[in-house]
Design a protein around this ligand. Structure first.
Ligand code: DX5
Ligand code: ZN
Length: 219
């Protein structure tokens, strides 16, 4: 398997120095930049929109991994693609109020990598019908809405199921985990088959981004 992908979640960065923070994590060895979009409806928090994604786009050539925790994501796909998203991930839950297969096609047609994600309370069976249409499966290891929450090890069963599906159908599928990822929980996630790690607190709330990213890779 290729090197584990590390995607710092910009939600934990110091927003008063956003441009510097993006440049700093790129220099520190990040592979992607994870952008958490929250609308105060699908999740109980509000973060940022396409204009901030565009600002991040101007600071780095790294892929932007955009995680949409919003209702009606289909309505906003063109704006995030325009803002510079390289991959767009939408939620499978009914609360997101969109036609999942149509939205996945729309992301593909916009020229972006296609991601699908499920909350801790959602079973793996809910995403199984769509696995052949996506490039990235994001398994939430916390209930979405906030950084700094504890990792849910009971989500590793889904990572195992996804890894088995990948072995049997599509070795290119990226399995990403998000929420409470640090050096210890990263190792557990990789052991079960994850190959992309989103991390906010365990990178941005440390004094040494390079050491934090190395630690996530188990170095
Ligand atoms: C939560 C977000 C995560 C979060 C990760 O809803 O999707 O990306 O920012 O933050 P940490 O790593 O602090 O749990
Ligand atoms: Zn996220």
């Amino acid at each position: 398997m290729a090197q584990t992908i590390v995607a710092p979640s910009i939600l934990a960065a110091d927003f008063s120095r956003l441009a510097d923070e993006v440049v700093a994590v790129e220099k520190a060895g990040a592979d992607w930049i994870h952008c958490d979009i929250m609308d105060g409806h699908f999740v109980d928090n509000i973060s940022f929109g396409p204009a901030v994604v565009q600002t991040i786009r101007r600071q780095t050539g790294l892929p932007l991994d955009v995680h949409l925790m919003i209702q009606h994501p289909d309505h906003y796909i063109p704006r995030f693609a325009e803002a510079g998203a390289n991959s767009i991930t939408v939620h499978v839950e009914a609360e997101a109020q969109h036609d999942v297969p149509k939205t996945l096609q729309q992301i593909r047609a916009a020229g972006c990598g296609v991601g699908l994600t499920l909350n801790p309370a959602t079973s793996f069976e809910a995403v199984e019908p769509f696995l052949g249409e996506i490039d990235l499966l994001l398994i939430m290891t916390v209930h979405p809405g906030f950084g700094g929450q504890p990792f849910r090890s009971d989500m590793m069963e889904k990572v195992k199921q996804a890894a088995q599906w990948r072995r049997e159908h599509n070795e290119k599928l990226t399995i990403e985990v998000d929420g409470g990822i640090n050096a210890e929980t990263a190792a557990i996630s990789i052991q079960h088959g994850a190959n992309a790690l989103v991390a906010g607190t365990s990178i941005f709330h440390t004094g040494d981004y390079a050491a934090a990213i190395r630690a996530l890779r188990g170095r």
